[in-house]
Design a protein around this ligand. Structure first.
Ligand code: NBP
Length: 479
């Protein structure tokens, strides 16, 4: 075989990734697609890439130098299993099979075990950055064996996005088997929270201050020069500035149906967090907010429900804008802290050795949540590798300290104004819950003991206890 790497699946992600690979020194890329015509079309449209087109899986195998390395970029789920099966029929033990799709990490764990059994090296690799990232440099989250990464890593490093003063590639060996796809899943969950928080900030400026989208675009552009500097804030300013492409001066945002779509990775993040017992409330509210937005029936019913009687008078818009900015930043810190907690819990459950500072480092460029802020997360973990929560790092506890008073005013203003801010509000509740020396969980425990004899522990004694609620209400020790 003449090619050193192959890509099967020539839809937008696969073809762009193949072009990215082909653009790097020393690579010859074989391409394949179930519908062969598509692979030929990609090769014709991009002659500069010098693609080797494979008509069949057997051709694909024959076109690759041994040990073979192939990246699968097809629809996640059953199509991925189908392609893996075809590949294993024509590949040989020692060959490397990479799944770059948005796989469920449970599938990746299963596939890795099955393929290892057959002698193949399987790498589940999370890829973020959409089509542009795939073409120009994505953030890459490969899992699988360390041995697999030794061979694959150097190629991935050439195509990944680069960030920081050292221009380091946004790729690292995340951990064994499903670790890469797990981290990619959490990345997407954080992306949901990030976007929801931005949406809530926009809504507050629009509905409380009565600002027009173009004016809010200026506010976001200004925010993009500070702590909030990020790709999502930057594109928000662009989107809000956009007038209707069909003509007229009206903002495009006012012409777009307000029903948010989702492809499922946000829900996975929340489902797995529930299983792991990790409160990712910011991410969960973001997922729920999309569901609610896409429920026209209930929203129609809601149109008949009353709102607040008076609007809130904002003394100084600039003060309010700065408080919204600080709240957005504080809630973003909470969402990331919760996401990182989920990674820690997942790593513990599934036996992965994940370096959190490295995760923040590879998210600095290429991916949707890329942000200046990630430098600070990396630095925080470098300085204190054993942080219990991100909120413990001085740089973040100081930001929360600075934000919290205004954050309360913003959430209160939202409540008094009847503007829903589920993510900003739940993050503040999380902050206050962590801060509280006593929680009403003591009451929960007594209720559970009352109706189900579930027992409770005491703060002044060891062991478990039960009060005889329906007898003389004396306390008994339960072993
Ligand atoms: P799609 O997810 O739309 O998948 C289309 C590709 O899957 C085509 O090449 C199609 O072949 C192939 N395919 C299907 Br469908 N069923 C197949 C089967 N049974 N056997 C063989 N091939 C089959 O493509 P995409 O949007 O480029 O995404 C590719 C992967 O990358 C997905 O897993 C996606 O979740 C992930 N991803 C996407 C993004 C993004 O921004 N879009 C970002 C990160 C990751 P055909 O041409 O013969 O129908």
């Amino acid at each position: 075989g003449v090619a050193n790497i192959g890509v099967t699946g020539m839809a937008v992600m696969g073809s762009n990734l193949a072009r990215n690979l082909a653009s790097r020194e020393g690579n010859t890329v074989a391409i394949h697609n179930r519908t062969t015509a598509k692979a030929h079309r990609v090769a014709e449209e991009h002659p500069e890439a010098g693609f080797v087109v494979a008509e069949t899986m057997a051709d694909f195998a024959a076109s690759l130098a041994r040990p073979r390395t192939a990246v699968i970029m097809v629809k996640a789920g059953a199509p991925t299993d189908a392609v893996i099966n075809e590949l294993t029929e024509v590949f040989e033990p020692g060959d490397i099979i990479v799944d770059g799709g948005n796989a469920d990490f449970h599938d990746t764990i299963r596939r890795e075990a099955e393929l290892r059994e057959k002698g193949f090296v399987f790498v589940g690799c999370g890829i973020s950055g959409g089509e542009e990232g795939a073409l120009k440099g994505p953030s890459l989250m490969p899992g699988g064996s360390a041995e697999g990464y030794r061979t694959l890593g150097p190629i991935l490093e050439t195509i990944a996005a680069r960030a920081g003063e050292d221009d380091s590639p946004c790729v690292t060996h995340v951990g064994t088997d499903g670790a890469g796809h797990f981290v990619k899943m959490v990345h997407n969950g954080i992306e949901y929270a990030d976007m929801q928080l931005i949406g809530e900030a926009y809504d507050l400026l629009r509905r409380v201050l009565g600002y027009e989208p173009a004016k809010i675009a200026e506010v976001f552009a200004e925010w993009n020069t500070g702590d909030l500097n990020s790709y999502l804030i930057e594109i928000t300013a662009e989107v809000l500035r956009q007038t209707d492409p069909r003509g007229g001066d009206e903002p495009l945002i006012d012409k777009v149906l307000d029903a948010a779509g989702a492809k499922g990775t946000g829900s996975w993040t929340v489902q797995n967090a529930l299983d792991l017992g990790v409160p990712v409330s910011g991410i969960a509210e973001a997922v729920f907010a999309r569901s609610l937005s896409s429920d026209p029936e209930r929203r129609a019913v809601g149109q008949k429900l009353p709102g607040p009687e008076r609007s809130v008078w904002i003394e100084d818009p600039h003060v309010f804008i700065n408080e919204v900015r600080d709240s957005l930043y504080a809630a973003k810190i909470i969402a990331y802290a919760q996401g990182f907690d989920e990674i820690v819990a997942g790593a513990k459950k599934y036996g992965w050795d994940i370096n959190l500072g490295e995760i923040a480092r590879i998210w600095r460029a290429g991916c949707i949540i890329r942000a200046g802020f990630l430098d600070q997360i990396t630095a925080a973990y470098v300085e204190h590798p054993d942080l219990i929560t991100l909120l413990e790092a001085p740089v973040f506890s100081e930001a929360l300290t600075k934000a919290q008073q205004g954050w309360r005013r913003v959430v209160a203003t939202a409540v008094y104004s009847g503007v829903p801010t589920p993510a900003l509000s739940t993050s503040l509740a999380y902050y206050d819950a962590l801060r509280s020396p006593r929680l009403p969980a003591a009451l929960t425990q007594l209720q559970r003991d009352f109706f189900g004899a579930h027992t409770y522990r005491r703060i002044d004694d060891e062991g478990s206890f039960h009060t005889l609620w329906s007898a003389d209400r004396s306390e008994v020790s339960e072993g």
